[in-house]
Design a protein. Structure first.
Length: 278
């Protein structure tokens, strides 16, 4: 389990995160969604201590993350970035082997696991293991990045907008692949995106960030109070948090921010409606 407790990050007079509280269960697929600059990437960088909070603490299995050995923490965390960052002078197999080698795995074990995972992501080792990154498409490189992140069986998988630079077909394929791998291996996964459809497709739950604060948390499902559709019947333009689910504006796909009272009481009154003018 990962838990953020009153986590904040400040740079001089700028608040990057403000009093963030979030609990992520073991094996959960949590999606952080929000506009650029809302604090999504900052939150996941704190998990492997690339950034440290100025206030509050993050806990993993009841122990403060800052009390873990930094090297061991990072070896137990898989990280997939938008910038794929494969080493250009290493083959696919050599890129994948980096973390297992650091953890002292036997060569035969690394080869066997590499072959199995490459098959799972649709890149047979016989065809791809000896290729260089420059010989791969963007989608293929990102598949290798995912294999490299999960081969050493990390407890936590962090994914920071990993598919945003890919074409639509590759993106959909990798979304399905990521969901399948999560079901198979059960790693606690924290996925950052600004794509609302991607968030709904992948997440068990979604946390919506805005200006460094979590303004909504809900299950990744669509329904209205009557269970018959997506729309808020009080307004044809807007959707809302209803029965604990995430809602959004239908025309422009923006999330709507609830009033503070709505967050505290679970009521269905919104502090503002979407300004898309529909």
């Amino acid at each position: 389990m990962i838990e953020y407790k009153h986590v904040a990050l400040r740079y001089t007079d700028k608040n990057i995160l403000k009093d963030v509280n979030l609990r992520i269960e073991n094996g959960e697929f949590m999606v952080l969604v929000g506009p650029s600059g809302s604090g999504k990437t900052t939150m996941i960088k704190m998990i492997n201590r690339l950034l440290e909070p100025t206030d509050g603490n993050i806990y993993m299995d009841g122990k403060r993350i800052k009390d873990y050995d930094e090297r061991e923490l990072r070896l137990s965390t898989g990280y997939v970035l938008q910038a794929i960052a494969l080493f250009p002078n290493l083959t696919v197999a050599e890129n994948i082997a980096l973390i297992p080698e650091m953890k002292g795995w036997r060569k035969e074990q690394i080869i066997s696991k590499t072959e199995g995972l490459l098959d799972k992501v649709g890149l047979p080792a016989t065809d791809y293991a000896h290729r260089l990154p420059s010989e791969l498409s963007g989608g293929e490189q990102q598949r290798i990045g995912i294999v490299r992140a999960i081969i050493a069986e990390p407890k936590i998988l962090l994914m920071d907008e990993p598919f945003s630079a890919l074409d639509a077909i590759s993106r959909k394929q990798l979304q399905s692949l990521t969901k399948d791998l999560h079901k198979e291996f059960g790693m606690t996964t924290i996925f950052v995106t600004h794509d609302t459809d991607e968030a709904l497709k992948l997440g068990d739950r979604i946390a919506v960030l805005q200006e460094g604060e979590i303004v909504q948390i809900g299950r990744a499902s669509w329904r209205d109070c009557a269970g018959s559709g997506f729309r808020d019947h009080s307004s044809p333009a807007s959707q809302r948090l209803c029965c604990g689910f995430i809602w959004r504006c239908s025309p422009c796909l923006n999330y709507l921010q609830p009033s503070k009272n709505a967050l505290e009481t679970g009521s269905l009154h919104w502090g503002n409606i979407c300004n898309c003018h529909y």
